[in-house]
Design a protein around this ligand. Structure first.
Ligand SMILES: N[C@@H](CCC(=O)N[C@@H](CS)C(=O)NCC(=O)O)C(=O)O
Length: 201
């Protein structure tokens, strides 16, 4: 299978999760501005949505959306999912929250006028705040065990920090903790990024 990614963008969450799951996959780099695939070809011919990530299975089926890809990874690596009767639904709840309540606000943040930015920043911070209680008590979103939701929150929190958003200390600790995972270092190496120089949200 192939993961379509853009270096440092949200597809790195899927990349990290797939490495954690020890899945075998190839990476295909996409220029999200020109929609060209490295090595040739139009990305929108493959994924009409035009954004990353996208996961192409060996039979040509394409899965898009961070939440769906991360949920698929969790189904193939149950250790990366919360346990319990409601575990699967807790994961979907969290991935939906990260995608629609936090991630989606960043492209809007970048497109609005300077005057409107503080309102959006406060909305984003309010959503992060709803997760702070967990991270003050436990290492990861679902306790002491890393799940596929963590690389997603990690990239969002790191990006918010790089934008200068005043995130609570538990998020700074969380980002620092996850940055040390070998999967993060390996994903960054494979994507050709050493230190993120500007927020890629
Ligand atoms: N709803 C999508 C959003 C993904 C997304 O915003 N991808 C960004 C990079 S983080 C992108 O490729 N943007 C380029 C574009 O929208 O044209 C998801 O959750 O997977």
């Amino acid at each position: 299978m192939k993961l379509f990614y853009a270096p440092g963008f949200s597809s790195i969450a899927d990349h990290i999760a797939m490495l954690e799951a020890e899945l075998q996959f190839d990476l295909v780099k996409v220029d999200i501005w020109t929609k060209q695939i490295e090595g040739g070809g139009s990305y929108t011919d493959i994924n009409p949505k035009g954004y990353v990530p996208a996961l192409m299975f060996d039979d040509g089926e394409l899965l898009t959306e961070n939440a769906a890809i991360l949920a698929w990874v969790a189904d193939h690596a149950p250790d990366l999912a919360p346990r319990g009767e409601l575990g699967r639904y807790r994961l979907i709840e969290m991935l939906s929250f990260l995608a629609s309540e936090i991630h989606k606000r960043f492209p809007i943040y970048f497109s609005v006028s300077e005057d409107s930015k503080p309102v959006l920043r406060d909305e984003i911070l309010q959503r992060f705040g709803l997760l702070a209680g967990r991270l003050e008590r436990t290492k990861y979103l679902f306790g002491d065990s890393f799940s596929v939701a963590d690389p997603y929150l990690f990239m969002l929190a790191r990006g918010a920090g790089e934008l200068g958003f005043p995130l609570a200390e538990c998020f700074r600790d969380y980002v620092a903790r996850i940055e040390t995972r070998p999967s993060v270092r390996e994903a960054e190496r494979r994507e050709g990024i050493s230190e993120p120089s500007s927020p890629q949200l």
